[in-house]
Design a binder for this molecule. Structure first.
Ligand code: NAP
Length: 867
């Protein structure tokens, strides 16, 4: 479409796309008084709802939630007719919004943007549209949607079929009449599952080609949920606000019911309630751990499979429709109306491509490994090049000729899913690295648009022209994004979330899975910290506060939030007895840790009476003796006992395949320095002398300890060396206390707020050792002679006050020619690595610890596997 001559070819902003996000972006930019042009290749507004007109296309988030909230009057004027509105109704709604705010005057329809290039000297984007026309703008905003580029049919012979071919994502506007036709549908994702029951109503024969059976639950569509309407009536603003800060963009209270802890009756009750409710965020919230724990997930998955078997008459078809091979929720679950029932119709047939793959599409049908099918029409419901397809396909060239396609060759890299380094003033709405497709898109879109609008306003108000993320901030966000995904089951699936549906696409988890509220907080925090991680420039000005917005592991952050909410008293304000009682109470409900072969308690002779020990023997083969690890618990020489570190000892035992002997040494203030250290040394001597009785291999003896336990383990190594034995083959020191100097930077950086505080460390030292003794190497092993000590593995956690002394001990050992492996517990605190089955991100660190133990015992047998 040609532009009227009076409109300048220069805009403050160009937006691509006139769907939910493009429309709202236009509205907000206009409010700021900016000049805006929106381009869309479609003939009207609507975005995804303009194109996806296949029969049965509906929203699968309740439409009362999947709606704009920025205009309260609009909400009063528009009433959704159903819980899950149809595509025509949603399209009508977007047209209504465009009319109400007279948005069309700034939109050019049927106009594709073919290229965009950053002009550095002019600090502008040069946008090329279909006929080679160029427009210039300061800000370039992609509102192109996450699921807008259809995946091309990657099936042999696809171009040969002579009959009509339809894509669910580009359905003819006039509709299709399949009456009397033999129809093939390829694909059983949301689009296939929604359209199949309706195509079956017309077709004389319908054959569904299924590669992966999908989890789907009945939508139970009907009027808008009465409860939601009531809540909206009572307080629209509060309801919308709750959605904005929720996990998925719909106000759903996250459950704390763990599948393993619930009775069979409770499990079924919760499942049935979710099944009857027919909402995605309900079925994904039956158990708190179904997204992270395979066993919990299996419980839900099996209950869904039971429903499928109970619905589909033919047992073989039912079994083929039962999803297997991916965890429930790791591929986008579907909502359906009569999907599984459709396979009971006599003219509908399922072809399981896992058993009988497609060999080729032919002129008149489809040939599988076992059969030739004749068809009058083929429907492709084969999905999208999701999240990145529209962005890298748009020929975007940033600074120094870098194209987005080249930059993202190994997967997308963004800051907050909003921007990417090298592409100043280039914004993505609901881009990769933002919650987008894992959330109610309407809520995520409004949040992104509001953020971008706020950002452009701030730039203008401060006289700045450009904004671009720093490399550090972007790398930090990518890492955080992957950290969030890594604690879930999601990355295990071949899903479009992982880019796995498009041949050759890099496997990276694309959306942000940390939750809508958490994400919103991160975006807000970036702004309040003076646009942390962005460089902003203007005439004569460069402003940059560099940094990483989220560097703590997400599950550690959740634990910290939980602990802080408990409002526990600071330990250093308590007596030792009170502190011990508090520690025991907080440990009460934690998971027990993995099963091991055998656990036995006993006593060993200490320097001044018996010391209790607990022995953990690994399960399973091989029979016979194992290496022995003598372990010392944490607790600042004051707290802790055999129970406190029991899950960690089980974990170490199961992972390393060694016999672990956890020894309880004498505690301060009742018995002060050097009792704990002397007890530790005595325990090591005893374990060495009794290796055979313990089921150990003589000469294969290591020590391990956490915190103060690592302190006495390190001291025991020094004492053993000085005494000429026993021979210790390695020392695993987890977040060790190795010096009494509390002035290292980590005591300042991490001194407060991460459970172990600098004040508490001081309290521990005061209980344990007189100031005059604190320089003694038996209290501060860093000050000792380090030559000739056993090889070490030292774990140093980022958010630990003791981090720097752990690192210092590693450096000092290295300098003394002792082999050292320094393991960084990235994003962890002093305590989080030891939280077995609570902090999932600690598992890889513990796997490294076990591997280090394995290396101390070169001749040891293969280790048991713990995931
Ligand atoms: P999809 O979920 O990616 O499903 C594509 C289907 O086609 C899958 O079953 C896939 O099998 C199959 N397929 C792909 N290539 C194939 C091939 N070469 N041979 C055989 N089968 C092949 O795509 P979609 O159904 O269009 O849905 C995409 C997303 O759009 C949804 O997950 C949802 O987020 C959104 N959506 C939402 C709604 C709604 O709101 N109601 C409706 C439609 C879509 P594999 O699984 O084996 O790859």
């Amino acid at each position: 479409m040609n532009k009227p001559a009076s409109v300048p070819e220069q805009f403050d902003a160009v937006v691509v796309g006139a769907g939910f996000s493009g429309l709202y972006m236009l509205y907000r930019l206009r409010q700021l008084g900016l000049s805006v042009k929106v381009f869309d290749s479609a003939g009207d507004v609507g975005g995804t709802w303009y194109w996806n007109r296949y029969p049965g296309a509906r929203c699968d988030v309740p439409t009362t939630d999947y709606t704009f909230s920025f205009d309260p009057e609009l909400e009063k004027e528009w009433t959704w007719s159903e819980k899950y509105a149809t595509q025509p109704e949603i399209l009508e709604y977007l047209r209504f919004v465009a009319d109400r705010h007279e948005l069309r005057s700034d939109i050019e329809f049927s106009t594709a943007v073919t290229a965009a290039r950053w002009d550095e000297p002019a600090k502008q984007w040069v946008i090329t549209t279909g006929g080679g026309r160029e427009v210039r703008c300061r800000h370039y905003i992609m509102a192109t949607g996450c699921l807008s580029v259809a995946k091309s049919p990657d099936i042999e012979g696809a171009e040969r079929f002579a009959g009509p071919v339809y894509f669910t994502s580009r359905w003819p506007h006039e509709g299709v009449d399949f009456t009397g036709q033999r129809v093939a549908v390829i694909g059983t994702g949301s689009s296939g599952i929604q359209s199949i029951p309706l195509i079956a109503r017309q077709a004389s024969q319908l054959t569904v080609f299924q590669r992966t059976a999908n989890f789907s639950i009945p939508a139970h569509n009907g009027p808008a949920p009465a409860e939601t309407l009531r809540q909206l009536d009572e307080g629209r603003d509060a309801y919308r606000d709750a959605a904005r800060w929720s996990r998925g963009g719909v106000p759903v209270e996250p459950t704390d019911v763990l599948a393993g802890a619930a009775s069979e009756e409770v499990r079924r009750e919760r499942f049935e309630a979710a099944w009857q409710q027919g909402e995605l965020f309900g079925i994904l919230n039956i158990f708190a751990d179904q997204g992270v724990n395979p066993a919990a997930n299996d419980i839900v998955a099996e209950m869904i499979r039971e429903k499928i078997r109970a619905t589909v008459n033919d047992p073989e078809t039912a079994e083929a429709l039962c999803p297997r091979g991916h965890y429930f929720g790791t591929k986008r679950p579907c909502l359906d109306t009569g999907y599984f029932e459709t396979f009971n119709l006599p003219h509908v047939r399922l072809v399981d491509l896992r058993k009988e793959p497609i060999v080729s599409i032919t002129e008149d049908g489809i040939e599988t490994a076992g059969e030739s099918f004749g068809f009058d029409a083929i429907v492709y419901a084969t999905g999208f090049d999701a999240m990145t397809g529209a962005l890298v396909g748009a020929d975007v060239t940033g600074r120094d000729g870098l194209t987005l396609k080249d930059k993202w060759v190994a997967g997308p890299s963004t800051y907050l899913g909003l921007m990417t380094t090298g592409f100043p003033n280039f914004f993505m709405l609901t881009g990769p690295g933002s919650p987008s497709v894992l959330s109610n898109m309407a809520v995520s879109i409004e949040q992104h648009v509001d953020w971008v609008a706020g950002c452009l306003k701030d730039l203008r108000d401060e006289g700045l022209e450009t904004i671009e993320p720093t490399e550090l901030a972007e790398a930090g966000w990518n890492q955080h994004n992957q950290d969030c995904a890594a604690i879930t089951l999601h990355p295990t699936a071949n899903s479009w979330y992982m880019g796995a549906n498009v041949p050759g696409k890099p496997r990276v988890f694309l959306p942000y899975i940390g939750g809508v509220g958490a994400y919103r907080q991160a975006c807000d925090d970036v702004v309040t910290q003076d646009y942390l991680g962005f460089t902003r420039t203007g005439p004569g000005a460069v402003r940059c506060t560099d940094g990483v917005i989220r560097s703590m592991q997400p599950d550690v952050a959740m634990v910290m939030e939980f602990v802080n909410a408990l409002g526990l008293p600071a330990m250093e304000t308590l007596s030792a007895a009170e502190a011990r009682a508090l520690m025991a109470a907080t440990a009460e409900d934690r998971p027990p840790g993995p099963e091991v072969g055998e656990v036995t308690d006993g006593v060993i002779p200490g320097p001044d009476g018996d010391l209790p020990y607990r022995l953990y023997r690994p399960a399973g083969p091989p029979e016979g003796p194992r290496p022995v690890v003598v372990y010392f618990h944490g607790g600042g020489w004051v707290l802790g006992n055999l129970d406190s570190d029991d899950p960690l000892c089980r974990d170490l035992c199961a992972r390393s395949g060694a016999v672990v002997v956890s020894v309880n040494y004498r505690h301060a203030p009742e018995v002060r320095f050097p009792a704990a250290a002397l007890d530790a040394f005595a325990a090591v001597q005893w374990a060495d002398a009794n290796a055979i009785e313990l089921g150990g291999i003589p000469g294969q003896l290591a020590v391990a300890g956490w915190s103060a336990g690592a302190n006495v383990a390190a001291v025991a190594c020094q004492l053993a060396r000085d005494a000429g034995g026993p021979r210790i083959t390695g020392q695993l020191l987890i977040c060790p206390a190795v010096d009494s100097d509390l002035t290292r930077p980590s005591y300042e950086e991490n001194g407060d707020g991460y459970i172990l505080t600098t004040a508490l460390m001081r309290w521990f030292w005061d209980h344990y050792a007189d100031p005059a003794d604190r320089g003694d190497p038996r209290a501060a092993p860093l000050r000792g002679d380090l030559a000739g000590l056993p090889p070490a593995c030292i774990v140093a956690a980022d958010f630990d006050p003791l981090r720097d002394e752990g690192v210092a001990y590693a450096r000092a050992l290295e300098a003394a020619a002792v082999p050292v492996r320094l393991t960084r517990a990235r994003g962890h605190t002093h305590t989080s690595v030891t939280m077995v089955d609570v902090v999932i991100s600690g598992a890889p660190v513990r796997a490294e610890m076990a591997a280090a133990l394995g290396n101390f015992f070169p001749a040891a047998e293969p280790r048991a596997h713990v995931s």
